[in-house]
Design a protein around this ligand. Structure first.
Ligand code: ZN
Length: 285
């Protein structure tokens, strides 16, 4: 399988979830072996930040990258998931803000734009990583994420969550991440939160751009969004979306199985750091 880039560039704009500022994105084709690079065009000298796990510097409310000079780009995970599954290996993403636009809180807009732009094969082999040994991380609450070897090609994910809102409760996802599964069951799934959490985050100056247009807001037994959920199990499927994006910061498409229980961006990043600690744990194909 050859590496691919976009046939043509893509322009998108929207609000940042936390800053509330409008940010403009240009996703540009890039030559083979570039990988995914963000470029902050609003900063002097337009610094570049490679979308790689060792540049992930904050995982509290999103996945945030920084370079050595301190240039930051945040909320990359939904676009990274769309790039991963659309089959884009090389792209330069110009952004004029610290934060990527949240769009509708899902990866749907990004994924459609990438598919519509079309892809071009390049003269280099796609970078694949096969997991050879189990890697696990358990946090201080006992929540565990693991990466396991598999016989099949591609990535499979088993994810479960237990959420206090009774309308969500226990949800689980299990399956291979194929383009069809991604397009139908994963990409449309939006960020979600409790109303009480929204009130708190707004009180400390975060999610200034948050609204029912870019998040599912839960309030006890109710979904405050007038149209409710987009797909059954939208909440756990959004966690799967985040994980697909975070795993692409490996710089390789991973052949393996992610098993995750109540985990998030922090766990995803620690798994990759642990994976790359020892080259006997993986094989580059
Ligand atoms: Zn997310």
């Amino acid at each position: 399988m050859q590496q691919q880039t976009l046939k043509q560039s893509i322009s998108l704009q929207g609000q940042g979830l936390h800053s509330g500022c409008t940010s403009h994105l240009q996703i540009l084709p890039a030559k083979a072996d570039t990988g995914i690079i963000f470029r902050r065009v609003d900063l002097p000298h337009k610094p570049e930040i490679k979308a790689l796990y060792y540049n992930v510097t904050d995982t509290r409310n999103c996945t945030c990258l920084s370079n050595e000079a301190g240039a930051v780009v945040s909320t990359i995970e939904h676009l990274m998931a769309a790039l991963n599954i659309a089959g884009v290996d090389n792209a330069i993403i110009e952004v004029d803000n610290q934060e990527l636009p949240i769009m509708d809180g899902s990866a749907q807009v990004f994924y459609k734009a990438l598919c519509d732009a079309g892809l071009e094969a390049q003269y280099a082999e796609r970078k694949l990583l096969k997991v050879l040994k189990e890697i696990s991380f358990t946090d201080d609450k006992g929540n565990t994420a693991s990466l396991l070897p598999v016989e099949h090609s591609g990535m499979s994910i088993s994810f479960s969550i237990d959420f206090p809102s009774p309308i969500v409760g226990h949800q689980s996802f299990e399956g291979m991440i194929t383009p069809r599964v991604f397009a139908e069951e994963i990409a449309p799934c939006r960020t979600f939160c409790e109303k009480s959490q929204v009130d708190y985050l707004q009180s400390i100056g975060l999610i200034k751009g948050g609204s029912l247009d870019n998040a599912v807001v839960l309030d006890g037994d109710n979904v405050l969004n007038p149209d409710g959920f987009r797909v059954p199990n939208e909440c756990v499927n959004h966690k799967v979306l985040d994980a697909i994006g975070d795993m692409f910061t490996a710089g390789y498409r991973i052949q393996g199985r992610l098993v995750a229980n109540k985990t998030g961006h922090l766990h995803n990043n620690i798994l990759l750091r642990k994976l790359f600690e020892n080259s006997s744990q993986y094989e580059l194909l």
